[in-house]
Design a protein around this ligand. Structure first.
Ligand code: 4AD
Ligand code: MG
Length: 479
């Protein structure tokens, strides 16, 4: 009974045809099939030009069609129009035009899905603000296709870098009961409020409460308050103290109400954690990682990077080359403050030793790395011998400001317990984290890199909402 499942074959894409060293000339004479979406259609008296894109590269396949091609009637009837999906078969020929080396002489064309004339992405350029309202169609534009491919290359290079260096990828939980950063910017995960179907018309008093009028969390799904994670670090630390070097790469969530070009409510974070390591090892790893992924993009996304260099940020390629080749400057927090105090610039937020650097300050410094101050730093950071500062660093880069935040972790049980007390955090709820210091504790360090900020940095795209397919920000969760 039944047949065997067919063999999987890699589809021939436009990038495979045009991406080679001779841009497709080696395939002249071959019969190929292209499947994609019509970008433009130019009907001239004797020939029709179709620009077809399948998302594999920025370049389209130029398809040239005479009226004797099979399926030509679909041009005449208006079925083949911008936005439609089509299947085209033809012979690759050397192109007469200057924009490409090869083009497809069409033998047969079939419309797979027609496109309504209301298709919002016509040839004229539209703003990125407008395209945010069309997030389901924007990947069909040059800019968003290129961003998606570079984002993909950065993700691939991330895994490659860590795998080549002996790190193990760990899935940290998305639902958690602990607040890693202690900033209280978490989204609550609860079933006390009814599911989406009933949420719109559920009465307030449906939420169970205790005798004292507080929410009765014991009746909630997890028996206590639970949240979307702001960071996978604490869980990564548990695996680092067993597998030595690990990293997470997953979504994280922050309910901070910042409507800026650098903040999202949902973003992806890469969090390596290194055992038997200190802050210097941490910074060395962060630097090597960033240089590796930047180099990977420069080497593997040439066409897309040329596009960004021309249309999004002039000079982005030079900027990335600098990052890949030049040494990184290591600056202490105190020196950074000194530098800012000496700056002949008026900042909106005044500078004084002990303050958290604002993005205007970071962008002013635009190099990197300092040691933080304890008042504002998370509980897990290792206290320095001066008793005043902690072993923490941020990596600042041009355009983005803070790209990476990291630290050496407090591995000494008594110090960590004191710190939790100081911050009035409950030792009971961090029992498992404290256990790591009880059983075979080691000096360890790690960092977190905001993946969308890396995409911004690598592409030059100004707004972080254009660096992720479906941005989540205050007041916006469409799509
Ligand atoms: O500096 P952060 O808050 O550090 C941590 O979460 C540590 N637990 C990381 C660690 O040591 N394992 O966040 C790390 C990075 C920032 O440098 C920034 O790039 C990014 O995450 N980030 C955001 N990106 C987009 N939108 C937001 N709202 C972000 N908040 C932080
Ligand atoms: Mg930070």
């Amino acid at each position: 009974m039944g047949n065997t499942v067919g063999e999987f074959r890699k589809k021939l894409k436009i990038a495979d045809i045009k991406g080679g060293p001779d841009e497709g000339l080696n395939r002249v004479g071959q019969t190929v099939v292209v499947m994609g979406w019509v970008r433009t259609l130019r009907v001239q008296s004797s020939v029709t030009f179709l620009e077809v894109n399948d998302g594999s590269s920025l370049s389209n396949m130029q398809c040239v069609m005479n009226s004797d091609a099979e399926g030509y009637d679909q041009v005449e009837s208006g079925l083949i129009a911008t936005g439609a999906s089509i299947w085209v078969q033809g012979t690759l020929v050397a192109s007469q035009g200057s924009k490409q080396k090869v083009e497809l002489k069409v033998e047969k064309v079939v419309v797979v899905g027609k496109s309504d004339p209301s298709y919002p992405i016509q040839k004229k350029r539209v703003s990125r603000e407008f395209l945010r309202t069309k997030a389901h169609l924007r990947p069909r534009t040059n800019t968003f296709g290129a961003v998606a491919r570079v984002r993909n290359a950065l993700a691939y290079a991330t895994h490659k870098f860590f795998q080549e260096n002996g790190f193990v990828w760990i899935s940290s939980p998305i639902i958690t009961a602990s607040d890693c950063e202690g900033a209280g910017e978490q989204f609550c995960v609860t079933t006390l409020i009814p599911s989406s179907r009933e949420a719109a018309d559920s009465p307030v008093d449906a939420i169970p409460n205790t005798k004292n009028g507080l929410i009765d969390w014991s009746q909630d799904f997890f028996g206590k308050p639970a949240f979307l994670t702001v960071s996978g670090q604490l869980n990564a630390e548990t695996y680092a103290t067993a597998l030595s070097d690990v990293y997470t790469f997953g979504p994280t969530f922050r309910a901070e109400n910042s409507n800026t070009s650098r903040h999202l409510a949902e973003f992806w974070m890469i969090e390596p954690e290194l055992a038997f390591a200190d802050l210097d090892d941490d910074m060395a790893c962060a630097t090597a990682y960033l240089q590796y992924v930047v180099r990977h993009v420069l080497d593997n996304c040439k066409e897309d990077m040329e596009f960004f260099n021309t249309w999004i940020e002039k000079g982005v390629i030079d900027r990335l080359n600098d990052v890949a080749e030049k040494d990184f400057v290591q600056l202490t927090y105190t020196d950074a403050i000194g530098l800012l105090l000496k700056a002949k610039k008026k900042f909106e937020f005044p500078v004084k030793w002990g303050c958290d650097l604002q993005s205007e300050h970071e962008r002013y410094i635009t190099e990197e790395a300092f040691k933080g101050c304890p008042e504002i730093k998370a509980f897990y950071m290792r206290q320095n011998d001066d008793g005043k500062t902690v072993a923490a660093m941020d990596m600042l880069v041009p355009r983005v400001g803070e790209l990476i935040g990291g630290s050496q972790r407090e591995e000494r049980l008594d110090y960590l317990e004191n710190r939790l007390d100081e911050l009035k955090l409950s030792k009971e709820s961090y029992w498992w984290y404290l256990d790591l210091r009880r059983y075979g504790s080691v000096p360890h360090a790690g960092f977190g890199l905001g993946f969308e900020r890396l995409v911004q940095f690598a592409t030059g795209i100004e707004n972080i909402r254009d660096a992720i397919p479906f941005p989540r920000a205050p007041g916006s969760a469409e799509f």
